[in-house]
Design a protein around this ligand. Sequence first.
Ligand SMILES: *[C@@H]1O[C@H](CO)[C@@H](O)[C@H](O)[C@H]1NC(C)=O
Ligand SMILES: *[C@@H]1O[C@H](CO)[C@@H](O)[C@H](O)[C@H]1NC(C)=O
Ligand SMILES: *[C@@H]1O[C@H](CO)[C@@H](O)[C@H](O)[C@H]1NC(C)=O
Ligand SMILES: *[C@@H]1O[C@H](CO)[C@@H](O)[C@H](O)[C@H]1NC(C)=O
Length: 523
Amino acid sequence: MQLNLTFLVFAAILINSSQCLRILTVFFSPGMSHYILGSKLVKGLLNAGHEVTMISPFEMKDVPKNGTLKDIVLTELSEQFQNSRTTNNMFNIGDQGLIDMIKMMTKMFVDYSNNTIHHPKVQKLLKSNQKFDLVIQEQFNNDGLKAFAHFYNCPLITLSSMGPNAWVNPTVGNPQPVSYAPHLLLGDFSKDLSFINRAKNLFMFFADYLLTTLYVLPSHEEYMLQAFPNSPPISELYTNVSLVLLNSHTSIYPALPIVPNMVEIGGYFIDPPKKLPKELQEYLDNAKDGVVYFSMGSNLRSKDMASERKQLIVNVLGKLKEKVLWKFEEDLPGTPANIMIQTWLPQQDVLAHPSIKLFITHGGLLSTTETIYHGVPVLAIPVFGDQDSNADRAVASGFGLKLSYNDPNFTEQSLAEKINELLRNPKYKENAKLRSNLFHDRPMTPMETAVYWVEYVARHRGAPHLSVAGKNLPWYKYFMVDVLGAILLIVLSVLWFITFVFEKVFFRNREQQRKRSKKQKTN
Ligand SMILES: *[C@@H]1O[C@H](CO)[C@@H](O)[C@H](O)[C@H]1NC(C)=O
Ligand SMILES: *[C@@H]1O[C@H](CO)[C@@H](O)[C@H](O)[C@H]1NC(C)=O
Ligand SMILES: *[C@@H]1O[C@H](CO)[C@@H](O)[C@H](O)[C@H]1NC(C)=O
Ligand SMILES: *[C@@H]1O[C@H](CO)[C@@H](O)[C@H](O)[C@H]1NC(C)=O
C-alpha cells in the first residue's frame, strides 16, 4: 500500500512534468523580425501544451488554443522604437562612422534591456510569487537579462537568430575556427580561404572579443546589478546557458562545428503555405510571363528611399515583361502597368506561388530563409547589419546576386543587368531548388526539434552533461598558450643547455689546441 502510494505520487509527478512546463520567455527586441522569431517559438510551445509567460513589446495575434499564454506586452518599447525610426531613416544607418555606430547600437540595446526589466508590468511579475521551470530569451546584445534565469533559479535557453557566431559561441564554449568560420559581419569566404580573407576574419574576431569583454558586457552588467543587486557578476551568468537554439541550418549557413547543447532549428518560424486572398491568387495565376516579387522587409520602408532611387527602380522594373508585385507603403504616382503595389503582402504564401520567378529583397535573414524554403532566386539589396553577409551567402550558394543599396554603382544599367541575368539564366533557379531540397530533408521538422530540445532541458534539469568543459576556460588555457609556452620554454632551455655544453667542450679543446700550437711555434 505504502509502496503503491509512493509509486502513484511519483507517476503523477512524472506525468505532470512531462505534460506542462511553466516557461518564461523574454523577447525584448522591438525589431519585428526578432519578435516573429520569438513569438513563433512561443506558439510552438503553446501548441505542445505548455504554460508560457511571454515578455515582449508586441501583443500576440492568433494565439493557439492549446497551452496557456500570459502575454506581458511592453507597448512603450515598441513605441520608443517607432519614434526612433521616424527620426532616423534606416536607409542612412550605413553612413555613420564605425565607432559611432557601435556606441549607438550598444546604448540602444542597453536601453531596451534596462527598460524591459524596469517596466512596471515586469516588476509586478518579479514581485509576484510566480515560479518557472525554464527561461527562454534571445541572445542578441542583452546579456544583462540573463539575471531572470538566476532570479527564478532555473535553466536558461537562448535563441540565436543566426547560425553559430561570435556573439553566441563563447556562451557555450563553441569552437570558432577563425580560419574558415566567417565573422557575422563578414560574408561567406569559404570559397576563397586566402591569406588576406583569413587575416581580416581574425581581426574581426579579435576586435569583437575586445569590444564584448571590455565594453558591451560591462555596460549590461551595470543595469543588471542595479535591478538585481544579488545577482552574480555578468561573467558568471554569461556562460550559464543550458541550450542554444540556432535559427540556422546547413541549407542556409555554411557547415560549422557545433557543441552538443547547440541545436539547429533554422526556418522553424515558417508555416506551411496557406491559401492566398482571391484577388492576389488570380493576379499570380494569370501572370503568363511570371512575377517578380519585391519587398524590403518590415523595418526598411520603401517610402524612406531617396526619390531618385525610387524612380531608378521603377524605370528598370517597368521595362520588364514580367509582372512586378511590390510591397510598398504608399502610392507611387505614374507606376507602369506591369507593377502592382500593395501595402502588405503574405510573403510566404506569395513566395510559394509557382509564378514567382525572382525575389528582390533587402536580404534579411527571415526573407532569405523563406526564399530558400520555397526555392526562389534572389536579388539582394542589403542596407545594414547582417543583410550584407546573408546576400554574400546567397551569391556563394549560387541562387542570388547582390547589389548593395549604398553601392556607388547602383545604376539603371547595373540593376537591369542583374535582374535580367537572374531571370534568364536557369542556374539560379536550379541552385535555389537544390537549397530548398536540402532545407526540407531533415528527420524532424525544425519546430518539432525545437520543442523536443526545450522539453529535454527541463526533463534533465538543465542537461549539464551537454556542456563542454571548455566554456569557462580563460583564453590562454583554452588555446593551450600556457602548455605550449611551457613546452617552448623546455625546448629552448634544452637547446641552450646543449649549446652551452658544446661551446664549453669545443671551446676548451680549441683553446688547448691554440695554446699547444703556440707552444710549438715558440719552441
Ligand atoms: C492540441 O492538443 C490536442 C490534445 O492534446 C492535440 O490533439 C492537438 O494536436 C493539439 N493541437 C496542436 C495544434 O498541436
Ligand atoms: C546556472 O544554471 C543552473 C541551471 O541550469 C542553475 O541551477 C544555477 O543556479 C545557475 N547559476 C547561477 C550562478 O545562476
Ligand atoms: C536603468 O533604468 C533605470 C530606471 O529607468 C534608471 O534609473 C537607470 O539609470 C538605468 N540604468 C542604466 C545603466 O541605464
Ligand atoms: C558597374 O556596373 C556595370 C554594369 O553592371 C559594370 O559593367 C561595371 O563594371 C561596374 N563598375 C564597378 C566599378 O563595379
